[in-house]
Design a binder for this molecule. Sequence first.
Ligand code: ADP
Ligand code: MG
Length: 175
Amino acid sequence: MQREPVQRAFVGIGANLDNPESGVRRAIAAVASIPGTRMLASSSLYQTTPVGYLDQPDFVNAVAEIETRLDPGHLLEQLLLIEARFGRKRTTRNAPRTLDLDLLLYGDRCMNSPRLTLPHPRMAERAFVLIPLAEIAPDVVVGSLGSAAQLVRGIPADGVSLLGEAGDLLASGAV
Ligand code: ADP
Ligand code: MG
């Protein structure tokens, strides 16, 4: 049987309901246990003020770097299953959510289908994505837009503050 080549991918994680800090830590563990997938790194957790619809609680955000044998469509399917398991109800874009998982980057793949756009179309303007991404992978390239480190220098960082290290909790066995 032919084995799929391993690809490096990045997942954006966000939550702002039902103890979001614990939710994001548990989501990192859930992403790490996707079949055919291994966690390479996870960023610190960040507390971030809402973007778009402002009258809602602050978010907790993080980014995970994984290695996976799943193709992008199957990886997205697994991410949406995890969201559903965490009780996410789809209402409107930018609405409060128990968990949002976005496939930010999949290798250097660029695609635009109704279900999946890569790189994630809004990541380059979101400090709550670029700051954790640049923390763990400053050199990773976002489509034709430049590296995470370059992009993060071009956006205001207000509304994003450090919360804690995901690794601490993984090590303590709390997730
Ligand atoms: P947002 O994360 O922008 O608030 P939603 O999570 O509500 O939006 O929308 C998710 C939908 O967007 C999914 O059903 C999925 O098919 C689509 N989508 C397109 N590209 C991506 C991507 N790169 N990562 C995650 N979802 C994506
Ligand atoms: Mg999403």
